[in-house]
Design a binder for this molecule. Sequence first.
Ligand code: HEM
Length: 314
Amino acid sequence: MDPPKHDRIKALFQRAFTPKAIAQHEPAIREITDRVMKGLEGRETCDLVTEVAQPVVARVIGSFMGLDPEDDRPWAESINTLLGFGDPDLNPKGLEQLVAEDIPPMYEKCMKLVADRRANPTEDMLSVLVFAEIDGDSLTDDEIFAGFVLLMAAGNDSTKATYTSTMKVLMENPDQRRLLIDDPSLVPSAVEEALRMFPAFAHFRRTATRDTVLAGQQIKRGDKVALWYPSSNRDEDVYEDPHRFDVTRNPEHQAFGAGGRHFCLGTALARLELKILVEETVRRFPNMTLAGEPTWVLSQFSSQLKTLPVRLHG
Ligand code: HEM
């Protein structure tokens, strides 16, 4: 979506997503994380993607959207199928059938929630979409659905991807993990370093609005230009030893986009969730090790683990 509509809709959400507003959710996110991690008591192994990351991020975004907790899993499954459309495990049907068979029931489920909000307005993000007014016009049902799916997908997928990538690289670099165990105040820096090295989304795309030259490359008006975040985040002109994971680096990066009006809305929420998840995992399971070969989602867009089997106590 382009301005002016984009900027006005985004402005409706921005107040709820500032670092200060998001900080108020810390106790609730800690409680969700605590509940999920307590469920691992007595276990020797688990899968960090499906048993830790997924239930935490789904409940966090679910509570922002005002969903019932029992709906977290079905929505997460739908979103995983949608974003993992090229992966035969996540989407055995293929893209065309997925669109034909899976989107209509999602739309219907979303419209039921929309009807509930219209009858009984609430304080959640879905109500923000439902009652948004841009120059006197409400959003269409299709726009509300698109906004709902965008928030659900952004909230579910990317944070889960970054948390699991962070845990994997920490297990592979026990010296770096030791630094975090000894000084947990390094966790936010470690999270930024993981965001840099393992951006959850490989690229977004822009359409050039005029002719220009970028780093010697001619770009013509109308050209489609992909922004490859994994490449810019390991730019050897910007980062010393870019392929080395260093929890003290606290780098700037482009995992949340390269700036501008489409820059990620959820940075403060993602950073807080990641801080809590990493802090709690490292504190409770300081000796965690890999318990098998991790697997990756087959995708050109979403860079994330499908499974990360671990031995919780080493
Ligand atoms: C580690 C977690 C996350 C990563 C790596 C991430 C990354 C990104 C990226 C790369 C973009 C596109 C930026 C661009 O086109 O310039 C984006 C946009 C967006 N993100 Fe995130 N995101 C994360 C978490 C979240 C969360 C938790 C939410 C909130 C629920 C969220 C909501 C959004 C929205 C609404 C947009 C579209 C913004 C716009 O077009 O104006 N993201 N994100």
